[in-house]
Design a protein around this ligand. Sequence first.
Ligand code: C6P
Length: 404
Amino acid sequence: MLDIEKIRADFPILNQQINGKPLVYLDNAATSQKPQVVIDSIVNYYTTINANIHRGVHTLSQLATDAFEQSRIKLQQHFNAKKSHEIIFTAGTTHSINIVATGFTSLLQKGDELIVSAMEHHSNIVPWQMLCERTGAVLKVIPMNQEGELLMDEYDKLLSNKTKLVFVNHVSNALGTINPIKEIIDKAHQFGAAVLIDGAQSCPHIKPDLQALDVDFYVVSAHKLCGPTGVGILYGKEAWLNKLPPYQGGGEMIKEVTFEKTTYADLPHKFEAGTPNIAGVIAFGTAIDYLNNIGFENIAEYETALLKYATEKLSQIEGLKIYGTSEHKTSVISFNIGEIHPYDIGSIIDKLGVEVRTGHHCAQPIMDFYKIPGTVRASFSFYNTFEEVDVLYNALLKAKMMLA
Ligand code: C6P
């Protein structure tokens, strides 16, 4: 088991009061908190080696370039990508998905089919709908059951030789369900379709092996795993990244520019136009080191125990209904209490220092499926404690008493 008090001491933000109460931060699925080493990494970059990368012969530029490229290697190793240039630095998951969705414009024809799941974040729906509008491709949806699990038999029926792309999240942000992505990938490949997995919610809890998964694209945001905002990665198999056109034109993504013709740089630079978030990328590498030092197996074991305890505790509240009850879940509990609006619950427990997300969680189709306006979502990280679950429980009882 983890030494949680020691871990909590790494996170300066946790040691404060909100509305006169000790902060209980349970909105980790929206963004994680940052350990001091990650904050220091950003400060150190700006105080010691700040310079633009891949451009200067001068020492500072070389130091900054080395630190930036070292992060790429760390991420390659963490995700077990075959080649470091298969790791493209982006602004985050949303940006990464848009790069792929835009890139497929010239690769699709009218009547081609794309498959999405019923439990996606808007970031993994809207860019593909825009792609369908541009190309005439058709979007098909894998339905789910009341537990919040994908109906894999229905997936089988949707797959055909017309299927060109499948995009599914590894873990649902609103339900916590861990999807059977290996099966999804293998089945899509039998029909020659490419697969993009949205790893925004899985990567804080699970260390995916991208080569073992044989996935074509995998996308991640650094801020969900103790890194800074505004940074993420697009992993793509080399062959796919070579096939896709660049997303943005600009500096650093070219081989040669004349007014007659421009040729593009090799991977990864072809997809990294302009000055990137250098400090953010370096700090992302630090965050990965930090998490690996704790160990993803230890994180998963602790969070599973926390989830079990929280699920049992919250289920004692009369009228509380949990959405997303799959056996395969990360540490997310989405719920409502009777007919009380989630926003009202969120506002009251905030006054008690408890920070949760309320609303549709950028996953409106899930809310439509359950015929609800939204949920209260408590999402736990490895730095949360069992005592904090008790604080949440008591705060919910108070909110219920005031609102019911
Ligand atoms: N979900 C949540 O509170 P960005 O904003 O690009 O870093 O990540 C978008 C995104 C994509 N897919 C999934 C599954 C996600 O959960 C998110 C972000 C946050 O649930 C903020 S809306």
